[in-house]
Design a binder for this molecule. Structure first.
Ligand SMILES: NC(=O)c1ccc[n+]([C@@H]2O[C@H](COP(=O)([O-])OP(=O)(O)OC[C@H]3O[C@@H](n4cnc5c(N)ncnc54)[C@H](OP(=O)(O)O)[C@@H]3O)[C@@H](O)[C@H]2O)c1
Length: 334
């Protein structure tokens, strides 16, 4: 199947320009935070990667610490790249990150030059790659001079270890300074990664989405399904194979309060009226938002991933539907 440059489509996948760069990213990208560590059977992870690539998902998002154990997700993808995808390296856009806790001692975390450079070298070894397409500073470091972090990102690109750089979870003022510094050093920030979904619209409230539009960078939304809350997963209890039941490192049962469950049920009713699943509607709502380059989904099976792709065909939201969503999100009755 040929890629259509006019329509930015390849097969059913839609590609969106990342800010004003030359890079096109799939509207749906795959995250490796969960389902690629040592607690997931290797063949399950492999099937998800294959299903993603076959569906045109060319962008894989990792970090040094994704596991468990930290590093396991990069190691696993490195194996799949070697076994299955070595001839497709140039069809893939692979991201990794550093700045969260990774190894013991004073250099194993945060965003000093020492940590960023050493961590990326470790990531490249685990991924069995010479370079990554995108390297993020995973969080803002209030203890390190901003210039040290940003110059390390510039130097990483100059050294050929990453083609582009991005910022994740940075506050607005540091992000704006980061954009300026990187632009002045001819390594413009490609993309900002932040949590943006129906339940958490912080990047909009804090002005990050406006800053992105003004600076013409991309934006990729992580946890677009609120780790599975914005799906049909928890409508009738907590299934034993769900993230909340078997890997509750970041998604705890006490996050499923009666108020949250009530909102999920009402959103699900709206999705049914639109003729789609809640996960499809939740992804579609983000993708219809101005300035969004891609949604970074997690999936524990190829079937989930395929279902999520239907968000690409989902219709726009009418004003009435938008109002219904606003009302649901602001209700606090259990
Ligand atoms: N920059 C950062 O600091 C940061 C932070 C967090 C995440 N991220 C990135 O964002 C990626 C995605 O995060 P996430 O895994 O939290 O994303 P998510 O898409 O919000 O949640 C993924 C989970 O939702 C459930 N799910 C997905 N599709 C479904 C469907 N069609 N039907 C029912 N359930 C479905 C699955 O849960 P079950 O496992 O229960 O089946 C899946 O594991 C990460 O992998 C990572 O790359 C970045």
């Amino acid at each position: 199947m040929m890629y259509s440059a006019d329509a930015n489509r390849y097969g059913d996948m839609q590609y969106r320009r990342c800010g004003n760069s030359g890079v096109l990213l799939p509207a749906i990208s795959l995250g490796f935070w969960h389902n690629f560590g040592n607690i997931t059977p290797e063949e399950q992870s492999r099937a998800i990667v294959r299903a993603a690539f076959d569906a045109g998902i060319t962008h894989f998002d990792l970090a040094n610490n994704y596991g468990p154990e930290p590093g396991a997700a990069e190691q696993r993808l490195g194996k799949f790249l070697h076994d299955d995808l070595s001839s497709y390296r140039d069809e893939l856009f692979i991201a990794t990150k550093a700045a969260y806790d990774m190894w013991d001692g004073p250099y194993g975390s945060w965003a000093s030059r020492k940590h960023l450079v050493a961590s990326l070298d470790q990531s490249l070894r685990r991924l069995r790659l010479d370079y990554v397409d995108l390297f993020y500073c995973h969080r803002y470091d209030p203890f390190t001079p901003l210039e040290e972090t940003l110059q390390a990102l510039v130097d990483i690109v100059r050294a050929g270890k990453a083609l582009y750089v991005g910022l994740s979870r940075w506050p607005l003022d540091a992000t704006l300074k980061g954009y300026d510094y990187l632009r002045q050093h001819d390594v413009p920030c490609l993309i900002y990664q932040g949590r943006f979904n129906l339940f958490d619209q912080t990047p909009k409230a804090e002005g990050i989405l406006d800053a992105i539009a003004q600076n013409q960078t991309g934006f990729i939304s992580f946890s677009p399904l609120a780790q599975g809350l914005l799906t049909n997963r928890y409508l009738n209890g907590i299934p034993s194979d769900s993230r909340m039941a078997h890997d509750p490192r970041y998604l705890h049962a006490d996050m499923l309060t009666p108020q949250v469950l009530n909102k999920i049920k009402q959103l699900n009713e709206l999705a049914v009226m639109r003729g789609e699943t809640l996960s499809t509607m939740a992804l579609s709502w983000i993708l219809h938002h101005p300035g969004i380059t891609s949604v970074l989904v997690g999936a524990s099976s190829p079937a989930q991933l395929r279902q999520n792709l239907s968000a690409l065909q989902s219709p726009k939201f009418s004003e009435e539907e938008q109002q219904t969503i606003t009302n649901i999100l602001h209700t606090n009755t259990p």
